[in-house]
Write a protein that binds this ligand. Structure first.
Ligand code: MRU
Length: 360
C-alpha cells in the first residue's frame, strides 16, 4: 500500500535509539499533525486515557512499547525485583482504559515474554521485551493488511460504504481495520463513496476518519450520527464497515457508542453489516456481550467539548458510555486476518481462534 499524501507517519512507532514511543497526537487532528515522543509511563498512560493514541490495536501496541520503555529503565539487579516493577507498570497501564481487549492482550504478551526469561540476565529480559514489543507492532501491520484484502472481496467498485468512529490507519499502526479495504481498493484504482458518521461525542468520524480518507483521495462525506438512516434510505449505502474493541465468544461485539444503532438501521434496510476484527480483539474468556466492561467517560465530553459555551443546563444528568455492544444477530460477518467469519459465530470464531482459517 502506498503511503498517503498527508499521513506519512505510522500512528504508533518506537524510536529505538532515542528510546521513545512516537505517536500522532490525535486530539489535535485534523487541524494539526503533531508527533509526541514519550518515555515516561505516566505520559503514556495519559496519552491512552485522553485518546491522544486511541483505537483498539493502536493502544495495544502503545502499551507494549510503554512497558518495554518502563522495564528498560529498571535498575533492579535480580529477577524478583525486576518482575515486581514490571508488574506494577503493567497493572498501571492496564488501568488506562477498560474496554478494548487489545490493551490487556498486549500486556499479557509482554508479561509472558518477561516470564519466559526468568533464568536470564536482566539485560536479556529487557532485550526479550524489546523484541516482543516490536513483534506486536509488526504483526499489527500484517494483520490489518490481511483484513484489508479480505474486506475488499466484500465490496465492488462504486459502492457506498458507511463507517462509524475511526477504525482506520489512525486506530492501528498502519492501514487500520474497517478502513483498510477502502485504502487498499483506492490504491488499486477502485472508487468508493464513504459516509463517515461524525461519532458524538468525541467526533472520531468527522475528525479522524474523514481526515485519513481524504488524505488518501477517497470520496468522503461526513454526516451527523442521526443522518445515517436517511442516507441508507436513499440507497446510498451498499455496506457498513466498522471496527470493534472486544468481541465475545458468541460474536457480540463492543465498538464505539452508536455502532449498535447503525447495525439496527442496516438490518432494517437490508444492508450488510461487517465488523472488522483482528483475532486479538476476540476475547474467548467473555461468553457474551453482557460481560464486556463498558468505559464511562466524563460528562463534559457531552456538554462542553466543541462548544463555545456549555450547551446543556448544569442540573441535567449526563450518560456518557464510550462503547455499546452490537448483538451477534445483527452482524453479517466478521472480517479477520484469517478470513471472513459467518454465522453461527460461536462455531466460526472458535474454529479460527483454534488456528484454522475461515471457511471460504
Ligand atoms: O474511543 P476510541 O476512539 O478508542 O474508540 C475506537 C473505536 O471504537 C474503534 O472503532 C475500535 O477501537 C476499532 S479500531 C480498529
Amino acid at each position: 500500500m502506498k503511503e498517503c499524501e498527508r499521513l506519512r507517519t505510522d500512528t504508533v512507532a518506537l524510536d529505538e535509539s532515542a528510546k521513545k514511543l512516537v505517536i500522532i497526537d490525535q486530539t489535535l487532528l485534523p487541524s494539526e499533525v503533531k508527533l509526541l515522543y514519550l518515555d515516561k509511563i505516566e505520559d503514556i498512560w495519559d496519552a491512552i486515557y485522553t485518546l491522544k493514541v486511541r483505537g483498539a490495536p493502536a493502544i495495544g501496541v502503545a502499551a507494549a512499547i510503554g512497558l518495554y520503555l518502563a522495564a528498560d529503565k529498571s535498575r533492579a539487579d535480580d529477577y524478583g525485583a525486576f518482575y515486581a516493577e514490571f508488574r506494577k507498570s503493567a497493572d498501571y497501564l492496564a488501568s488506562s482504559r477498560p474496554t478494548a481487549v487489545n490493551l490487556f492482550w498486549a500486556i499479557e504478551r509482554m508479561d509472558a515474554a518477561a516470564r519466559r526469561f526468568t533464568g536470564g540476565t536482566i539485560d536479556e529480559i529487557k532485550q526479550a521485551l524489546l523484541c516482543e514489543a516490536k513483534a506486536i507492532l509488526a504483526e499489527d501491520i500484517e494483520v490489518c493488511a490481511g483484513i484489508g484484502e479480505y474486506g475488499l472481496t466484500l465490496i465492488k467498485d462504486g459502492d457506498g460504504i458507511l463507517t462509524h468512529c475511526n477504525a482506520g490507519q489512525l486506530a492501528a499502526v498502519r492501514y487500520g481495520t474497517a478502513l483498510a479495504p477502502m485504502h487498499l481498493g483506492a490504491e488499486r484504482g477502485m472508487h468508493f463513496r464513504v459516509f463517515t458518521d461524525e461519532t458524538r461525542p468525541l467526533l472520531q468520524g468527522a475528525r479522524l476518519s474523514a481526515y485519513e480518507l481524504t488524505a488518501h483521495g477517497i470520496d468522503t462525506t461526513v454526516i451527523c450520527d442521526n443522518m445515517a438512516a436517511s442516507v441508507m434510505k436513499n440507497g446510498w449505502v451498499q455496506a457498513v464497515f466498522v471496527g470493534c474493541d472486544r468481541v465475545a465468544a458468541n460474536g457480540d461485539a463492543a465498538n464505539k457508542i452508536g455502532t449498535l444503532g447503525v447495525a439496527i438501521l442496516a438490518a432494517h434496510y437490508n444492508i450488510p453489516f461487517y465488523v472488522c476484527a483482528p483475532l486479538s480483539t476476540i476475547d474467548m474468556r467473555i461468553k457474551d456481550g453482557s460481560e464486556i466492561p463498558i468505559e464511562q467517560r466524563k460528562p463534559e465530553e457531552v456538554t462542553e467539548m466543541w462548544y463555545k459555551k456549555r450547551m446543556a443546563p448544569s442540573g441535567a444528568k449526563v450518560y456518557n458510555p464510550a462503547f455499546d455492544v452490537t448483538e451477534h444477530s445483527l452482524i453479517t460477518a466478521f472480517v479477520t486476518e484469517r478470513g471472513i467469519l459467518r454465522p453461527p459465530f460461536d462455531e466460526s470464531i472458535r474454529r479460527v481462534k483454534n488456528g484454522s482459517t475461515a471457511k471460504p
